[in-house]
Design a protein. Structure first.
Length: 672
């Protein structure tokens, strides 16, 4: 019997000979948990034949790519279940997203909780059936014929899809790819136009999935297009991982800054103002002021000079800076003044450039560091606004460093150290660095200003300093090709909060564009005029967003140094009102933010109110305390320390505040 011809491939870096026609299913049959394979760096279905010379590696269900494939496969099962209920449904797109997936449907009833339960019930049956996902290539004409009753799919074939829709379309030498869900008897249960890949069968989905919610959506995100029903879900390799995710969601809901902002009387979003425009109430104003005072002094200590700029400017300024037309969509429409257009500023940098240019500058002044709390306005779409974490009125702790090119590496290093110090002082100490550059292959050069040489030099400096700083502080560096601002690359600090969510916080951006466009110059040591480098930096980023993140990080229980109310004094009975008022005055004289609860509420309710308001230190005083010149501490976790002399109590509270203690354990009285 003649031997089968063989081909050479590379598996996990090792050369290997296999029979021609071998599939990934056969290659990885002995390896548990493999659900797909990487071929030439791209995910493939296991049942595809391996080409000669292929660089192949397995993809397991618990890997990031494996999770994406699991979720996308679950999306198909959900769409199949929906079409079983609504045979005339118009199928949209169904990509995987962070922690889950969604699918858009047209021509169906509004999705109710009862309908979600029915869809999920049918999904479980499909999963249990063990239907296989089978890929096949067809021509565009065949696709149009096969999907003649699906208007959205026909449109995708014509436009080839884009963005999230690209998951629905694959165009290559063979035309399009379709995926069939095939029953065990060989009949096709459901079909969709899709790029893939998918799991070998629905059985691999298991029991770790759930539908989470529904919402309205527009076809291709166009508000003038068809209104659709979007159904969301999540999928995990196991039921236990699903439950853990659901618990994280409950914890995130408990920490939601929008709910806590109302409960703690920090801020609100009145409809009369419009979406994305917060009002800070007195307690929220205290929190905001404390943060502003901290970072203002931190900037001064780091060599920055405080400046102020107006909220509007003539249109020409933003043409000079390059923000028009590159950032026009993010700016509010102009205002007209006798034919002269004025814009609300969306950034502070153009005005700082005018300050630099206001007189001659010498190299001896550099680096020149300018800083302000500048309120800017971004025309964010209403659909992306989310409490304080995405607003239209943004207060930035915005700074700009102007330096000689040879000073740029040290200035970036200085700023990065400054940034990390700020975040740690506010209790965020788990983060990594992300370096955003221009796309590596240069296919989107029209999005960026500047020469290849400028981009290469700036990117090299930021990447090198990020790596050096990461090594010094034990951090990780992640590359983000294509994520740069139009005027230069940036470093952003991605911080994790108390429940493991990642937030983009501070940024450092290298700008070789604006100094040239504004004609900025300094006199060099040899007497010539040279162009400075401009480095943008924001430590909080947006103070509104930072407050939102901190509110969720601390679940509203801010450390004493940040808390709007640091101490609440509660008398055991009315007879001790004067005594607690005297203690309160002693604390106020030391700069402590104090309240006394002299209301008619019962003592027990006063204590519960202090706990509900998340007051760091509740001081209680009764007869024995008054006689001894003492108070009793009640901490936020319910622990108490009784009979503490007032002088000691005051000194302890002041110390905790001055040292900016962020750990709740550090707020407790030390044991004698």
């Amino acid at each position: 019997m003649p031997s089968q011809p063989t081909i050479e491939i590379v598996v996990d870096g090792a050369a290997r000979s296999i029979e021609a026609g071998t599939t990934g299913t056969a290659l990885f049959s002995s390896e548990a948990g493999v659900v797909a394979m990487s071929v030439y760096g791209q995910p493939w279905d296991l049942d595809r034949e391996l080409p000669a010379g292929a660089d192949v590696s397995p993809i397991t269900l618990d890997s990031p790519v494996g999770l994406d494939i699991l979720r996308h496969s679950t999306t198909h099962v959900m769409a199949q279940a929906v079409q079983e209920i609504f045979p005339d449904v118009n199928l949209g797109i169904g990509p995987f997203i962070t922690d889950g997936f969604y699918y858009d449907f047209g021509n169906i009833e509004a999705v109710t909780p009862e309908l979600l339960k029915e869809v999920e019930k049918r999904m479980k049956r499909i999963v249990k059936e063990g239907q296989t996902f089978r890929r096949r290539e067809i021509s565009e004409d065949e696709g149009r014929a096969e999907l003649a009753d699906q208007p959205y799919k026909l449109e995708l074939i014509t436009t080839k899809g884009k963005g999230a829709e690209a998951a629905s379309v694959e165009v290559g030498a063979g035309g399009l790819t379709m995926y069939d869900n095939v029953r065990r008897d060989g009949t096709v249960a459901w079909t969709d136009l899709c790029r893939g890949p998918h799991l070998p069968s629905t059985r691999h989905i298991g029991t770790g999935f759930a539908l989470t919610k529904s919402s309205s959506a527009y076809w291709r995100g166009d508000q003038s297009g068809d209104s659709l029903q979007r159904v969301y879900g999540t999928a995990w390799p196991t039921k236990d991982e699903l439950r853990a995710y659901q618990e994280r969601l409950k914890e995130a809901e408990r920490r939601d800054h929008r709910r806590l902002g109302a409960e703690l009387d920090l801020f609100s979003f009145p409809e009369e103002l419009g979406a994305g425009l917060p009002l800070f109430h007195p307690k929220g104003g205290v929190l905001k002021r404390v943060m502003e005072d901290y970072v203002r002094q931190a900037h001064i200590s780091n060599g920055f000079q405080y400046v102020g700029t107006p909220h509007i400017s003539r249109e020409e300024l933003f043409h000079t800076s390059g923000h028009l037309p590159y950032y026009a969509d993010g700016m509010f429409p102009p205002m007209d003044d006798d034919g002269q257009a004025y814009y609300l500023k969306a950034m502070n940098c153009p005005m700082h450039n005018l300050i630099f240019r206001s007189r001659g500058r010498s190299y001896r002044e550099l680096p020149l560091r300018l800083f302000e709390f500048g309120t800017v306005y971004r025309n964010e779409k209403s659909g992306v606004l989310q409490g304080l974490t995405r607003v239209r009125s943004i207060t930035q702790d915005d700074s700009h460093s102007y330096c000689m090119p040879e000073q740029a590496p040290d200035e970036v290093r200085h700023l990065l150290t400054f940034v990390l110090t700020v975040l740690k002082d506010f209790g965020l100490d788990d983060f990594y660095l992300e370096v955003s550059t221009r796309d590596e292959d240069g296919t989107k050069k029209d999005k960026f200003i500047g020469t290849d040489e400028q981009w290469a030099q700036a990117s090299e400096i930021l990447s090198r300093i990020a790596q050096e700083c990461a090594q010094e502080h034990g951090l990780r560096v992640v590359d983000d090709p294509g994520g740069a601002a139009f005027y230069g690359p940036k470093i952003s600090v991605q911080a994790k909060d108390a429940i493991g969510r990642t937030w983009q916080m501070s940024t450092i951006q290298y700008d070789f564009n604006q100094p040239h466009r504004f004609g900025l110059a300094y006199t060099a040591p040899d007497g010539t005029h040279r162009e400075p480098v401009m480095i943008h930096s924001a430590k909080f980023g947006a103070i509104e967003r930072f407050i939102g993140v901190l509110t969720e990080h601390y679940a509203g229980a801010f450390p004493a140094w940040l808390a709007p109310v640091q101490v609440r004094l509660v008398p055991v009975a009315d007879a001790f009102d004067d005594y607690v008022s005297e203690v309160a005055q002693a604390l106020r004289e030391r700069g402590v933010r104090v309240e006394t609860d002299l209301s008619d509420d019962r003592f027990g309710k006063k204590i519960r109110n202090a706990s509900k308001d998340k007051i760091p230190f509740t001081l209680i005083a009764g007869g024995e305390d008054a006689e001894a010149g003492a108070v009793s501490f009640r901490f936020r976790d319910g622990e108490q320390s009784n009979g503490v002399p007032v002088a000691r109590a005051v000194e302890h509270i002041v110390r905790v505040i001055e040292e900016r203690v962020n750990d709740p354990a550090g707020e407790k009285l030390p044991r004698d």
